[in-house]
Design a protein around this ligand. Structure first.
Ligand SMILES: *Cc1c(COP(=O)(O)O)cnc(C)c1O
Length: 454
């Protein structure tokens, strides 16, 4: 009998993060400066501390997790791996469904897995203040919490649509001592330009990034933190997959397929990469493993974007990176999974998709909430709207297993709880939630503005 909750001991918190760069078939495409040359550590050093930059560029397979970071992780890690038996029974599927639950962190999502080390390394090198952007408020609250753990002040640019839709995320950040502004603001050139063009600008993650980067670049004591996309963030998130593997070992099982929501790709990389390490090492159990990144049809970066060099932000302050992108000036519709509204994606996830190592799938908004409600009724936990994308895909796979009779082992990443997203559930439950068509023309227009390389 498989236990419903497979817990690890505190000392089983991983001692090292796993760096997938060590196992890539081709070397990663370097980030480029606007002049087309590879970005130098000095240029990046204006906004990031050196230990983070070293991780960003590292090709070492295993990177030690500092003891100070493991001690903060221990507030909620190891996170549980659970079997969704009641969901299996409700679906009538022969498949076994497991989820790794990251909603047990203080901020309620996986994001503190990277916020904590980022705050730690900044404190270590003497940074005086952190800036960042946040979409749904998940990253902002995570870095507010982490900054507080290490005594670092935090300034957050919060995408305006979320600032208005999710006021309690703002209070949460303020409770942990952070300053929070609705982006676009009048504090930066990027914000002022956006407001001049459109006073009702609802903001986007890309624009908020421009504001936070501009502040960090303009002040030597201030550093910037990013909650997704970059290599070091995905590195930190691998504690998810590493713990999941240990838990599966305890019950003698191995997943056939892994689903995770994908915005910038950090939680997806976090759960999938440690399993891809097994594949790279020739582990037979992983030979046919499928890893599937699940995104919204309204912001279909991996499934409808171009694999090309593009900026990470709207204003073109960041280096250009090779990734799947909808174009840096693509403005995604105001969907309720705010954490998945980003024009680009992690260069590592993008490369693995491009090379056929992983898969991607897009699902429409209403169907994701249907899955989230079905999950909540079977398993009790109310998932974040972002997480509902992975759940939708996992349920669909389990239903396919019902048809074929396959008893697959399905794993999905339950990246966070939805306690701050009940207004979105409200809209769904009262039938007001809409699906947005994939905005083909807007994407085609935006893709015309990709930076020219070579
Ligand atoms: C931010 C967020 C995501 C998406 O971000 P990734 O970097 O793609 O992981 C998914 N789920 C939750 C709960 C989030 O807060």
């Amino acid at each position: 009998m498989i236990p419903l909750r497979i817990s690890l001991e505190p000392e089983e918190i991983p001692s090292h993060w796993y760096n997938v760069v060590a196992d890539l078939v081709n070397p990663p495409a370097p980030p480029l400066a606007p002049d087309g040359n590879p970005v130098t550590p000095e240029q990046m050093g204006a906004i990031f501390p050196m230990p983070i930059l070293e991780q960003e560029m590292s090709a070492e397979r295993w990177i030690a997790i500092p003891e100070e970071v493991r001690q903060i992780y221990a507030l909620w890690r190891p996170s549980p791996l659970c079997r969704a038996l009641r969901l299996e029974q409700a679906l009538g599927t022969p498949a076994k469904i497991f989820y790794k639950y990251e909603g047990v962190s203080p901020a309620g999502s996986h994001k503190p897995n990277s916020a904590v080390p980022q705050a730690f390394y900044n404190k270590m090198v003497g940074t005086k203040r952190l800036t960042t952007e946040t979409g749904a408020g998940q990253w902002g609250s995570s870095i507010a919490f982490a900054g507080q753990m290490f005594g670092l002040p935090v300034r957050v640019f919060m995408v305006k649509v979320s600032y208005e839709q999710k006021p309690f995320r703002r209070s949460m950040m303020q409770t942990w001592g952070a300053e929070v502004f609705a982006s676009p603001t009048n504090l930066t050139n990027a914000g002022r330009a956006a407001l001049a063009a459109d006073p009702d600008n609802q903001g986007s993650l890309g624009l908020a990034i421009s504001e936070a980067v501009e502040e960090a670049a303009g002040d030597p004591g201030t550093c910037y933190t990013l909650g997704s996309v970059l290599n070091h963030v995905l590195l930190h998130q691998t504690v998810i997959g590493l713990e999941a593997k240990k838990a599966f070992d305890k019950i003698g099982l191995y997943p056939d397929v892994i689903f995770g929501p994908c915005g910038g790709g950090s939680s997806f990389g976090g759960i999938a990469f440690p399993f891809l390490a097994d594949k790279a090492a020739g582990d037979k159990r992983a030979a046919n493993l499928r890893c599937v990144a699940v995104e919204p049809t309204s912001c279909p970066t991996l499934t409808k974007g171009a694999y090309a060099y593009d900026y990470g932000d709207v204003s073109g302050y960041t280096p250009i990176m090779r990734m799947y992108t909808l174009g840096h000036d693509f403005m995604p519709p105001g969907i309720h999974a705010g954490g998945l509204r980003y024009h680009g994606d992690s260069p590592l996830v993008s490369q693995l998709l491009h090379e056929g190592q992983i898969e991607a799938l897009a699902v429409p908004q209403v169907a994701t909430f249907e899955a989230g409600v079905q999950f909540a009724r079977a398993e009790g936990i109310i998932p974040a709207p972002e997480s509902c994308h992975g759940i939708r895909a996992a349920i669909d796979e389990a239903l396919r297993c019902k048809v074929t009779g396959e008893a697959k082992t399905i794993l999905f990443n339950l990246t966070g709880h939805g306690h701050f997203d009940m207004a979105s559930y409200d809209r769904f439950l009262s039938g007001k939630l809409e699906d947005y068509e994939y905005p083909a023309e807007a994407i085609a227009e935006s893709l015309k503005h990709l930076p020219k390389v070579d």
